[in-house]
Design a protein around this ligand. Structure first.
Ligand SMILES: Cc1cc2nc3c(=O)[nH]c(=O)nc-3n(C[C@H](O)[C@H](O)[C@H](O)COP(=O)(O)OP(=O)(O)OC[C@H]3O[C@@H](n4cnc5c(N)ncnc54)[C@H](O)[C@@H]3O)c2cc1C
Length: 456
């Protein structure tokens, strides 16, 4: 079926697509959003288990300097609350459990000094990166030729230092550390302000959670233009002709003057383009894998660990379960929820087992940390976006060794009237929801400015 033309087609109704649509709506420019799934939010997905019980299966935290997220909360009257961060944290290293306070786990003094020096070094290097052009740093070539893991191994003098920084970085980047270049890691850190900001709860990227779940924000943003959203409409092909684009989704064909693409890179690769995308973009897409992370939630009648002065935070090298664990209970503490991140190969292994086994693994670990009460959850739920046809992984795609030097900003470059957004096109808070919003807004602004010029 041929659908009457609209000025802009937006592909994908994650935060980036919805943010682009909001800008176009406010500017009075006509658009349609084509979304493959039957819901909005993309890599943000809030699941309600009961009226008063929900879990964020995808993105959930916001923190200082994510200004657009706080502005959106204010605009739509959506409340947020402090992530629970009181009491003792746990380090589970080589089978031994130790408690500690603050962000640095308790280790032998040499490992502690080593960790401090290493983190400062990463901070110093990241501060020198220009997020608009990471490849322009005098040492960019050198930093792009090694993986983050190579760098951490070289700079870790003790096993404990390496293991702790490795788990921390795996949680930040959601992958094996051999999968991204040092240069990408430095860009990512700079793009999110600093390493400390990315790690921290207080004054960091994990500071706040949204009352009612993160997906609420996307729903609130889309309420004003819901009728322009088409679900279960995966885009298969885009044909660019002079002055017009044809967007094909199944039996339907849409025409538009501009298209904004907000899909994750592996899914961009699945769309057929006529004429083809630039060779730089295609070559980058051939080697631009997504991170791998799953979340598991153990739900209790109350956050009982708080009574024993535990924060619920754990850092662990146990290969069978999570890397990190957080207290994700609701704001009123009506339920107690512990959320574990399984990352990289650990995620692949964990999710290859059946649910009964996954739950049993988690329970036995939680009993070690918090005692017998952990044996009595009221519910267990887990999820990984790696299994999702329309995400293919998360948190975001990662630039491997050599990619920044070879392809530079090819990913986000406009091609004709094709505009590229999504968190992977962001230079600020790249990989985060804030980045997705900013990239969506920039793509919309590019079209708005172009249209203004055409009118003059
Ligand atoms: C487990 C997990 C935890 C995370 N934690 C955080 C966090 O705490 N804080 C934070 O800021 N970020 C976090 N993130 C990252 C954050 O969720 C993402 O950066 C952000 O949601 C990406 O938004 P996006 O709009 O760029 O892409 P997406 O959300 O992926 O949106 C793209 C949309 O395009 C659709 N699509 C794909 N292909 C097609 C097609 N061919 N046609 C039509 N539609 C298509 C998809 O269905 C999807 O809805 C997390 C992510 C995950 C998965």
């Amino acid at each position: 079926m041929k659908i009457p033309s609209t000025e802009v087609i937006i592909v994908g109704a994650g935060f980036s697509g919805i943010a682009a649509a909001k800008k176009l709506h406010e500017a009075g420019i006509s658009f349609k959003i084509l979304e493959a799934r039957d819901r909005i939010g993309g890599r943000v997905f809030t699941r309600y288990l009961k009226d008063d019980l929900y879990v964020d299966l995808g993105g959930q935290w916001i923190g200082p300097t994510q200004d657009r997220m706080y502005e959106l909360c204010k605009e739509y009257g959506i409340s947020y609350f402090e992530t629970y961060d009181e009491g003792k944290n746990i380090l589970n290293l080589r089978g031994k459990i130790r408690t500690y306070k603050g962000i640095i786990p308790k280790m032998d003094p040499i490992s502690l000094i080593n960790l401090d020096i290493l983190m400062r070094k990463l901070e110093r290097m990241a501060r020198q990166i220009n997020v608009q052009s990471p490849w322009s740093h005098p040492k960019a070539q050198q930093w792009d030729q090694i993986t983050l893991e190579d760098f951490l191994r070289k700079n870790s003098k003790t096993k404990s230092c390496f293991e702790v920084i490795k788990i921390g970085c795996e949680t930040i980047f959601a992958c094996e550390l051999t999968e991204l270049s040092l240069l990408h890691a430095l860009f990512y850190i700079r793009s999110g302000t600093s390493l400390e900001t990315l790690i921290n709860i207080k004054n960091g990227a994990q500071q706040h959670r949204i009352v009612g779940g993160m997906q609420r924000i996307a729903e609130a943003m889309a309420a004003a233009f819901r009728e322009h959203l088409l679900f279960e409409s995966p885009v298969d092909k885009i044909i660019q002709r002079t002055g017009e684009l044809e967007v094909i989704s199944g039996e339907n064909s849409f025409s538009a003057n501009h298209v904004i693409l907000t899909v994750p890179p592996p899914l961009l690769k699945r769309i057929q383009f006529e004429p083809g995308l630039s060779s730089e973009k295609r070559k980058l897409l051939d080697q631009y894998p997504m991170g791998r992370v799953g979340k598991c939630f153990m739900i209790y009648e109350s956050p009982f660990w708080r009574d024993a002065n535990f924060s619920g935070q754990v850092v662990s090298d146990d290969p069978l379960t999570h890397q990190t664990l957080f207290d994700c209970s609701p704001v009123d503490g009506k339920y107690g929820i512990l959320m574990g991140f399984m990352i990289g190969n650990r995620a692949d292994d964990y999710f290859s087992n059946d649910e009964k086994d996954r739950k049993a693994r988690m329970i036995s670990q939680l009993v070690r940390y918090f005692g017998d009460k952990a044996n009595e959850p009221i519910q267990y739920i887990d999820f990984t976006m790696s299994d999702e046809t329309w995400s293919k992984g998360c948190y975001a795609a990662l630039m491997p060794v050599g990619a920044w030097s070879n392809w530079r900003d090819a990913y986000r470059k406009t091609e004709g009237n094709l505009h590229f957004a999504g968190t992977e096109a962001a230079t600020v808070w790249h990989g985060y929801i804030e980045g997705a919003v900013q990239a969506g807004e920039s793509a919309a602004m590019e079209i708005i400015e172009k249209k203004k010029k055409e009118k003059v």
